[in-house]
Design a protein around this ligand. Structure first.
Ligand SMILES: C[S@@+](CC[C@H](N)C(=O)[O-])C[C@H]1O[C@@H](n2cnc3c(N)ncnc32)[C@H](O)[C@@H]1O
Length: 409
């Protein structure tokens, strides 16, 4: 329940956090009795840039009893404080004393406090809320185990931006990704035939929090490890995705060994991620290729290739393009038009209250007069909530008048 309508001050934030902190401590001795009405927790991702919010985010935040946020970019922070002046800034829990793990445990408990009392809590984390972000997974797991509803919506992570900005496909030939400190601590095995993405390279060996910046005292050990695997001259890209639209990302390609220079080191910070391209190519196993029916007995598969994207125009590409001459649209093709089923799904996506009704009793929502144009079969299919049933209802579709002005928001 919003407690203030004016933009919050640091004092407001201090007050609400100290009240909640005391209440959480009091709970340790006397956890709340199971409540009649289960609470709900929705964890959202805000993406990296302020325009990455999914279309349902605002409605979820507006409809919440309590809102928590852990955001990096300033625009999203300003936006959410304006939308919900009563929201709790989770970043306030990062303090110089104490380790990050302790902070994460306190974050998860803060999310759970009001859920345990039957409230709807919405938490929003930057990037993808479940990627290299433990508190959301913990809070969701505990909430479910205590009988509450809990779900996570994905967001655009730093890795998604990296793939877009550096221009490679994780499928070709494959992607290996590690947390930098974990790579060292557990002597993870690097497969140099794959794309490698290393997270948290600016906080190697640091488990605390330093508001003035991290020393990154394990960084040399990380470089030692990378040099063993790739050699000092192999390229590494220092990457920071842009948080603000119109500002370019940071993409600095250098050599592993050159990162030892104090000037290069100083540029690595809390948002830095490393990308290393594959060093070696792995050939196709002849036996597997034959068993999969891709080669004939005795035939040799093609030699390994390190270049996974083809920018060339050989006979193969030219023949493929020449086939455009014979192009004709298949008679089975139809332009998907507006349908009653699509209207139902649009409405559901826009309104968390309809979603709650659908979760509770899907058939009764599908039978609501709001959706009078849905045929009986579609109502039944949609109310099954199974991906195939919903896809079938959407594919079959009951046409409604054509329009060109559909909005997701
Ligand atoms: C605790 S993780 C949070 C990741 C976040 N949940 C996500 O989905 O991207 C922090 C690490 O994510 C990476 N990261 C976060 N923001 C980034 C950005 N703008 N550009 C590149 N990497 C970033 C860095 O490796 C950083 O050390």
């Amino acid at each position: 329940v919003p407690t203030t309508q004016t933009y919050p001050t640091a004092d407001d934030m201090a007050q609400r956090w100290s009240n909640l902190a005391q209440a959480i401590v009091a709970d340790q001795g006397a956890p709340p009795a199971p409540c009649d009405q289960p609470g709900s927790l929705v964890v959202l991702g805000s993406g990296i840039s302020h325009i990455d919010l999914t279309a349902d985010t605002e409605a979820e935040i507006r409809s919440a009893d309590y809102v928590f946020y852990c955001l990096y970019d300033r625009l999203s922070q300003i936006w959410i404080n304006g939308l919900r002046p009563d929201a709790y800034d989770l970043a306030a829990l990062y303090t110089e004393e104490g380790d990050r793990y302790g902070t994460y445990l306190r974050m998860a408990e803060a999310l759970l406090y009001h859920v345990r009392r039957g409230a709807k809590v919405v938490a929003i984390y930057y990037g993808h809320p479940g990627v290299f972000a433990m508190p959301a997974h913990r809070a969701i797991g505990i909430a479910r185990s205590e009988g509450h509803q809990a779900r996570m919506r994905p967001g655009i992570s730093a890795l998604d931006y990296l793939v877009a900005d550096l221009g490679f496909d994780p499928a070709l030939p494959g992607l290996l990704t590690f947390e930098a400190t974990d790579l060292l601590l557990r002597r993870r095995r690097i497969d140099t035939s794959l794309h490698l993405v290393l997270w948290q390279v600016g906080v190697v060996g640091e488990f605390g929090f330093n508001p003035k910046g991290f020393e990154n005292h394990g960084f040399d050990l990380l470089l030692d490890e990378l040099e063993i695997a790739y050699g000092a001259e192999w390229p590494v890209t220092h990457y920071i995705a842009a948080q603000y639209v119109g500002i370019p990302p940071l993409i600095e390609k250098t050599q592993i060994g050159q990162l030892r220079e104090p000037e290069a080191r100083r540029r690595i910070g809390a948002l830095s991620t490393f990308y290393i391209e594959p060093l070696v190519a792995v050939g196709t196993d002849p036996d597997r290729a034959e068993r999969l029916g891709l080669t004939k007995p005795g035939e040799q598969p093609p030699p390994p290739d390190r270049l996974y994207v083809n920018f060339g125009y050989s006979d193969l590409e030219r023949d493929a393009l020449q086939a455009f001459e014979r192009f004709a649209l298949s008679p089975a093709y139809a332009v998907p038009g507006p349908t009653a089923e699509a209207d139902f799904i649009f409405a559901l996506g826009r309104d968390p209250k309809l979603q709650a009704r659908f979760r509770e009793d899907p058939l009764s929502l599908a039978e609501d007069p709001l959706f009078a144009s849905l045929p009986e079969r579609s109502r039944r299919l949609l109310s099954l909530s199974h991906p195939w049933a919903v896809t079938t209802a959407m594919m079959e579709g009951t046409p409604t008048p054509k329009t060109t002005s559909i909005s997701f928001k």
